[in-house]
Structure formats: structure tokens, C-alpha cells
Design a protein around this ligand. Structure first.
Ligand code: ADP
Ligand code: MG
Length: 478
């Protein structure tokens, strides 16, 4: 199957060839002709399978006809995060280069005034995060009645972030006569319900088993001691012996992201960080450094990195085993993209046994254990006493106090622990998940404040069936 068989315009075919794509990915091959025939689509495919071009390409051809009207976008693409929205916009710029399509990006962290100005003129494509869109809608700055095409991208991620009620509301503001495309890596029941309600006679395209991992990714579990400094030592050992061209290192907490990045830099690695506490321009700047190769290691939290399209990542490290098995699939999906091969290492401390079990249950495969020799003694900063250490941020050989670490993006379910581990759970309960950055909460999550986290509404998301721990039932008032 070649791109030329899909019914795209010659102009677009040329752009695609220029982009270096030789053949469509399976989801593109199945989706593009149907989108061009104006069918509603449910596209289920794991991350890295090329879902973006599966809707961007046919949309460009469809939107080439017709003109935009003031304040009335002709099409709307919903993305769960600012970074993903920005990425889709980049794709439109890349593929739509030869066409006169106008586009607006509606995301938190960017001046509202500029966005409103862009909308005033009228746009062909509006790319938005649900929170910001609802804001503008309520201010009367936007009309969705001229929007005949809707894309709900990364629907499972939207669910995780509690955006489903917003999306439902947005759907009702669009004309009934429209084309709707929904893309997701997995199809948990609430997403199925959403699709049943808002899509008409959709064609379902599924190119991989939900939650399956990519065969191009070699995966290892690395047993580690629980202490951070031991884990960091192991990490440096692996970074030293592997041919790591580019790596993303995932941590469960923002504090760990910051600490680890600092430590890596002190050890001479070219690393950067990306997490939810950073302002949007800062995040994009860091991402740009990584994309340009100025840094080759990016330490990241799940929320900040999920779904990011960063090409050619050779390695993914899970510095912390993810609490939620779905995150494992998403994290390691950063490598092995577009047919390339990649390697994923997951650090597993004794306490993570249950998390690992859940990952293996979800992916349906046992991950090979990598037994490493004890790391060689490295030259490292001399150990200091607590007092010496205070003013200078050097490598700290003690665990960061859990109380100081907030769980990022609180509504995400941290699997409950079994009864016999009750004391630990008590301890976890004291780590009050809180919004660390009120500005971040204000933007995309405003609407969520007034709603219950999705876990309350959807006890079974198909991946974790345990009870919801009390500490997750928080409100997001700011
Ligand atoms: P998804 O949304 O499914 O996670 P993306 O749309 O972000 O995946 O695409 C993943 C990567 O694959 C991107 O780097 C993209 O440029 C690349 N890609 C997409 N389609 C093709 C193709 N037909 N051939 C080669 N690479 C592709
Ligand atoms: Mg995507």
C-alpha cells in the first residue's frame, strides 16, 4: 500500500514524500480513505503508530475547499495537553505548507488575547485543550456552529485527565451534521460510551491489541535497591554501557525529576527536565533543546511527556516503576516509533513488585530481568555532612522525604495496596496530593474543579480494578 492509493491530493502526496514517509502506517492506510469519504472513525492504535497524520492529512484535503468565517472555526481538534496540541499544529504547518489554511492554537499558558484575535478572523482548524476552549466559549468569543469536523485525539488520556464531561459539553455545541473522528490507544468503557453517543455509524479501525506493547521495543526489568542514590548509580552504569543516543527517563514524582536531572548534570550528562511545574514556554524550550540534540537525555514526568512525539529516542528508562500499568505502555511507547527499534529499562525495587505484576498482567508478557554486575566505583563528589551540604545542591545520599513530594496530576489512580501493606498506605495518605502550581490548574483543569474525578464515575477503566484509595478523592479547588 502506498500513499498514492489513499485518495489524497497530488499536492499533499508531494508534501508527504518530502517529509520522508515512504508508506502509510496501518492506521493511516485504513483511516485516510474513510475520512476522505466523510465517515466517522474510531481509531484504536497504540502510541507511535502515526495517528496524527491519519487525521491531519485527510483534513487538509477536505478543508482545502470552502472558506472560514469570523469566529467560526471549520474544524476542531481536541488534545489533552498543550504539548500534544502544539505538536498537531506543527503537523498542520508541515503538511499544509502549500495550502492556505488558517489555524489557531487554543492552549493554556499562552496569551488569551492573541488567541482571541486569531479566532476573530476565522480559522479553518482550531486545535485546543478542552479547558481553554470551554473558557473561551463561556466568554462568548467562539462559536462552534460552523464546525463540521471534530477530532477527539488521545481519548484515553482525556479520560485520565477528567476531561470527558467537557468533551461531552463541547460535542453538544457542534452541529449535529458533522464528521467526528476519535483516536485512542485503548478503549475503556467510558470512551466507548462517548463514541456511542457522539459518533454516527463509525468505522472502527483497530491496528493493535489495546495496551499491547510494540514488538520493536526490547524491554528489561532492572532489579534495584530502593534508595535513590543506588538507583542513580545503576542508571549511570546503564547510561555508560549502553549506546544511548537519546533517552527519556521517567520518574513518578516531579521532585524526583528535578533531583535526577540535577544529579545527571553534575555527573557530566547532557540532560534536561520536563514536568508539570514548569511554565509552558519553559517546557517547550526544553523540548526544543532535546529535539535539536543540544541535550540527549530528558528526565520527565508522565503528565508532561505522555504522547509527545519525539523522534528517534533510542532508550526509555523508568527510573521509577510506574504506579499505573497503562503508564508503562505509554512511557515505553516513546521509543520504537515509526518502525525503529528501541530499548526500555524499568527499575524495580522490592516495593514495586506489585506494580510490575500489574504491568505484566496488562501487557500479557513477562519482561526479562537484567542482572547487572555491581556498578564500578565512580568518582563522585565527596560526601558532605548535612550542614556542609545545605547551601550547595550536590548529590544527596538520602531519600527525599516523601512528604515533600507531591503526586503529579492527582486524579490518576495510584493502585491501592493490599491489606498487608496497610502501614505503607497510611504513609501514602499523608502525602497529600496537591496541585503544586495553581496556574497550571487554572488553565486546563478549571472545568474539572467542579466535577468529580473520573475514577468516581468509571470504577472500571479496564486496566485497574482495585478500590480507589481515599487520598485520591480530592477536590481541585484553587
Ligand atoms: P501517535 O499519535 O499514534 O502516537 P504520531 O502521529 O505522533 O503517533 O507519529 C509517531 C511518529 O511516526 C512521528 O514521529 C511521525 O512523524 C512518524 N510517522 C507517522 N507516519 C509515518 C509514516 N507513514 N512513515 C514514517 N514515519 C511516520
Ligand atoms: Mg497521537
Amino acid at each position: 500500500m502506498s500513499f498514492a492509493d489513499l485518495g489524497l491530493s497530488d499536492e499533499l502526496l508531494k508534501t508527504v514524500t518530502d517529509a520522508g514517509y515512504t508508506e502509510p502506517t496501518p492506521i493511516q492506510a485504513s483511516a485516510i480513505p474513510s475520512v476522505l469519504m466523510m465517515r466517522d472513525i474510531i481509531g484504536i492504535a497504540q502510541t507511535g503508530t502515526g495517528k496524527t497524520a491519519a487525521f491531519v492529512l485527510p483534513m487538509i484535503d477536505i478543508l482545502a475547499h470552502g472558506r472560514s468565517r469570523a469566529r467560526m472555526p471549520r474544524s476542531l481538534i481536541l488534545e489533552p495537553t498543550r504539548e500534544l496540541a502544539a505538536q498537531v499544529a506543527e503537523n498542520f504547518e508541515k503538511y499544509g505548507a502549500g495550502q492556505k489554511l488558517s489555524m489557531a492554537l487554543l492552549i493554556g499558558g499562552v496569551s488569551m488575547g492573541d488567541q482571541i484575535k486569531a479566532l476573530e478572523k476565522g480559522v479553518d482548524v482550531l486545535i485546543a485543550t478542552p479547558g481553554r476552549l470551554m473558557d473561551l466559549f463561556q466568554r462568548g468569543n467562539i462559536l462552534l456552529t460552523g464546525c463540521s469536523m471534530l477530532v477527539i485525539d488521545e481519548a484515553d488520556r482525556m479520560l485520565d485527565m477528567g476531561f470527558i464531561p467537557d468533551i461531552e459539553e463541547i460535542c453538544t455545541k457542534l452541529p449535529k451534521q458533522r464528521q467526528t473522528l476519535l483516536f485512542s490507544a485503548t478503549m475503556p468503557p467510558p470512551i466507548k460510551k462517548l463514541a456511542d453517543k457522539f459518533l454516527e455509524n463509525p468505522k472502527t479501525i483497530e491496528v493493535a491489541r489495546p495496551a499491547s506493547t510494540n514488538i520493536n521495543i526490547t524491554q528489561f526489568v532492572v532489579p534495584v535497591a530502593p534508595q535513590s542514590f543506588e538507583k542513580r548509580k545503576r542508571l549511570r552504569q546503564l547510561l555508560g554501557q549502553e549506546e544511548v543516543r537519546t533517552a527519556i527517563i521517567f520518574c513518578n514524582r516531579k521532585t524526583t525529576v528535578r533531583e535526577l536531572n540535577k544529579s545527571l548534570k553534575q555527573h557530566g550528562f547532557r540532560s534536561g527536565e520536563i514536568h508539570g511545574d514548569m511554565e509552558q514556554p519553559q517546557r517547550l524550550a526544553e523540548l526544543e533543546l532535546f529535539k535539536r540534540g543540544d541535550i540527549n537525555i530528558l528526565v520527565a514526568s508522565d503528565v508532561a511527556a505522555r504522547g509527545l512525539d519525539i523522534k528517534g529516542v533510542s532508550h526509555v528508562f523508568n527510573f521509577d516503576a510506574p504506579w499505573h500499568p497503562d503508564d508503562y505502555v505509554h512511557r515505553i511507547g516513546r521509543t520504537g516509533r515509526g518502525g525503529a527499534t528501541g530499548t526500555a529499562y524499568t527499575f524495580v525495587a522490592p516495593d514495586d513488585a506489585e506494580n510490575l505484576e500489574n504491568i505484566e498482567k496488562l501487557t500479557g508478557q513477562k519482561i526479562d530481568r537484567l542482572e547487572l554486575p555491581a556498578p564500578a566505583e565512580e568518582e563522585r563528589p565527596a560526601r558532605r555532612t548535612r550542614r556542609d551540604r545545605a547551601p550547595r545542591p550536590v548529590e544527596v545520599d538520602v531519600e527525599a522525604t516523601p512528604a515533600a513530594e507531591a503526586v503529579e496530576d492527582a486524579p490518576r489512580a495510584r493502585p491501592a495496596r493490599s491489606r498487608r501493606e496497610e502501614p505503607r498506605r497510611e504513609q501514602v495518605q499523608r502525602e497529600q496530593p496537591r496541585r503544586e502550581d495553581p496556574r497550571e490548574a487554572r488553565n486546563d483543569d478549571r472545568r474539572r474543579d467542579r466535577r468529580r474525578p473520573h475514577q468516581d464515575e468509571t470504577p472500571d477503566d479496564g486496566s485497574w480494578n482495585g478500590p480507589i484509595p481515599d487520598f485520591l478523592k480530592v477536590s481541585f479547588g484553587i
